[in-house]
Design a protein around this ligand. Sequence first.
Ligand SMILES: [Zn+2]
Ligand SMILES: [Zn+2]
Length: 214
Amino acid sequence: MQANLSLFKKFVDLLIPFRCAKCGTILENRHGLCADCWTLIPFITEPICDCCGLPFDFEIEDGALCGRCSHVHPPYTTARSVFVYTPQSKDLILKFKHTDSVHSAPLFAEWMARLVKGAENPLCIPVPLHWTRLFMRTYNQAGLLARNIAKYNDWTYAPSLLIRKRRTPSQGHFSKAERVKNIKGAFIVREGKKTNFWGGPWFWWMTFLQQAQP
Ligand SMILES: [Zn+2]
Ligand SMILES: [Zn+2]
C-alpha cells in the first residue's frame, strides 16, 4: 500500500511539478523558492524584539524589547513575522491574496509554524472574512494559513470562534491609527465560546509580514 502511494505521488509530481512560489521556476524536490528568489527574500532572524519581533542590527540580551514596545507595550504578548515587507518580498503575499495562488499556503504556513512552535495550549484562529468578500474571493487566505499551521504543529484549529460583524474597507492604504479604527468592533467571539479564549493563556498574535522600518 505504502509503495503504491509513493508511486502515485511520483506520478502526480511528474504531472504537476513543484514550482518556485515567487518566479514559477520548476523545482526538483518540494515546494519552496528557487535559489535566486531565496536570496531576495529578507527573512527575519534573531536577534529580534521579544514582543513584536522587530529585527535588530546588533546583539541584544534575551528578552529585550525594541524602543517602541518599551515605550508602550502592545496589547498582545508576542508577534512574529517571517520576513520584512519589501518590493522583492511583497509579490509573494499579493499573489497569495489576490491571484488564487492557494497552493502556496502549505509553504507559507510551514515558515510561520516554525516561528511559533513553542506556544502553550494554542488555538489557531483565522481572522474571518465578511461573507460578501468570502463569496467574491471564494477562500479565506487566513483560514488556509491557520489550518496548515495547526496541522504542521499539531494544534487545534478553531475557524468558527470569531465572527465578523460587519464588512470593513480594505486596510491596505491605511495608517496604523486608521487600521485600528477601521476594525474596531468588527469582530466578536461566538456566544458560548468565550471560555475558550479567556480560560487559557493568552494567545499569540501572529503576523506574516512586517513593514520595513523607515
Ligand atoms: Zn524563483
Ligand atoms: Zn517590539
